[in-house]
Design a protein around this ligand. Structure first.
Ligand code: SF4
Length: 460
């Protein structure tokens, strides 16, 4: 690694330092050529959103390499069927690139539907399908007629934009599954949960809170979701949107078509978790629900605070860098770290909007670096400059932290520990504590070298 780490000129406006740069951040644009963006492609964005639907068939129409993101690294859990754990691909090769892949797609769909009897099927279009021009809609419509289940094309060709465009393609596909059930009864206190993917069972934690409040759930988009639940989601009274980057578009579509209002919430950290429950309770204007919510929050927080205090004693004054997919999660992490006595010195996201970054500016301290669509070299430089003891990110950020010799906390889809809800906050504190205080870092050559370089001011 070079002794000096330069920022690409084209990227400078996508980075700012609070208190130093009095301007808005540039964001929501295609990644800069030459910058190794941490963003995944459009297809990956759609797959993240739709994959947790566990009784549907998920077929990737494209070369086998596109299917590399399997359940193993997107570990959404199911309480029943687990068809989503199987990764299917049409394995497009040279022959189909020349003569077209429609026949292969048709054959794959028929075979898989006959063998697995899914409740619906999603067909993900990848880059090459966009290039060769297969009529995926026509094949899906034919199989739908023949097999009697919904077969939905997901127009997620990787080159079409950013991961955010993949979220949008997924929302459009989900929208087609709505309003198929007008018979089942729903209570007047029914909500949908949007943007919660049941990583490490988090959807079950959140559902349990709502149940204790007296709230019913029509469906969760898409953690532990079933096609039959999605069919009645249009009759819920409120949509509660967590991962707003991925699901606000669906919430807007449902508001427009079915008149369902929506709230943006976060289930990470004490403040945001409590606020989410209170916001939902207040929406229904029901004294019983409100009282039960107060009781729930009070009892959970009372149990949690003394346990957090133990971790805080050791973590007080430590510094953290955050780099996550959606900025809403970053808001909660800044607040959650504060509860542990830690300061956020670097914070960024892959898909934040100008409004999101303005809010991050509001809630962080002077000197905090805020960045959009960053790359590994930049992140390394910021971590070093600001002396972070911890990096919070996903699978692609983990090696950065380890190379720099600092602690790492996985807050992405690969994790196996629940971090949402009150119990998730305790797990988060435990994980941060064990990684930041691990004795291993003092033996890291990188840490020793970087500390020396930083001292000598040799980093530009
Ligand atoms: S960018 Fe294209 S080729 Fe690569 S994984 Fe995404 S869809 Fe497949």
């Amino acid at each position: 690694m070079s002794e000096t780490i330069e920022i690409l000129d084209e990227r400078r406006l996508q980075i700012l330092e609070k208190g130093k740069d009095d301007r808005s951040i540039v964001c929501e644009r295609a990644s800069t050529a030459g910058s190794v963006s941490q963003r995944a492609c459009v297809f990956c964005g759609s797959r993240v959103v739709l994959y947790p639907i566990s009784d549907a068939l998920h077929l990737i129409h494209g070369p086998i390499g596109c299917a590399a993101y399997t359940w193993d690294i997107r570990g959404s859990m199911s309480s029943g069927q687990e068809l989503h754990r199987l990764s299917f691909s049409t394995d497009i090769r040279e022959n189909e690139v020349i003569y077209g892949g429609e026949k292969k797609l048709y054959a794959a769909l028929v075979e898989l539907i006959d063998r697995y009897r899914p409740k619906a099927a999603f067909v993900y279009c990848t880059c090459i399908i966009g290039l060769i021009g297969d009529d995926v809609d026509a094949v899906c419509a034919r199989v739908q007629r023949e097999k009697g289940i919904q077969v939905i094309p997901v127009h997620s060709e990787g080159f079409k934009g950013t991961k955010k465009d993949g979220y949008r393609a997924a929302c459009e596909s989900l929208f087609q599954l709505l309003a198929k059930d007008e018979q089942s009864s729903v209570s007047p206190y029914t909500i949908n949960i949007l943007g919660e993917f049941n990583l490490a069972g988090e959807t079950w934690i959140i559902k349990d809170y709502y149940r204790r409040m007296g709230i019913d759930i029509a469906t969760c988009f898409t953690g532990d979701a079933r096609i039959s639940d999605i069919a009645k989601a249009h009759r819920a009274k409120l949509n509660v949107v967590q991962c707003s980057g991925s699901m606000t578009y669906l919430a807007k579509l449902m508001k427009e078509r079915y008149g369902i209002p929506f709230l943006r919430v976060s289930y990470f950290g004490i403040e945001d978790m409590s606020k989410a429950l209170y916001d939902v309770a207040e929406f229904f204007k029901n004294d019983g629900i409100l009282q039960r919510t107060q009781g729930l929050v009070q009892s959970e927080v009372t149990q949690l605070l003394p346990k957090l205090a133990e971790y805080r004693r050791d973590l007080e004054g430590r510094k953290a860098a955050i780099y996550v997919g959606g900025s809403f999660k970053a808001f909660s992490l800044v607040k959650a770290l504060r509860h542990l006595g830690m300061e956020t010195v670097v914070v960024g996201s892959q898909t934040g909007s100008e409004e999101d970054y303005n809010y991050l500016k509001e809630i962080t301290n002077e000197g905090t670096i805020i960045c959009d669509d960053s790359n590994p070299l930049e992140l390394s430089r910021f971590v070093l400059e600001k002396g972070a003891d911890l990096l919070i990110g996903g699978v692609k950020e983990r090696p950065i932290a380890y190379k720099m010799g600092i602690g790492f906390c996985d807050h992405n889809h690969e994790r196996k520990i629940a971090l949402a809800g009150f119990e998730g906050m305790l797990n988060f504190a435990r994980e941060v504590h064990s990684t930041v205080l691990s004795p291993v870092w003092k033996y890291s050559p990188a840490r020793m070298k970087f500390a020396r370089l930083a001292q000598q001011n040799e980093i530009n």
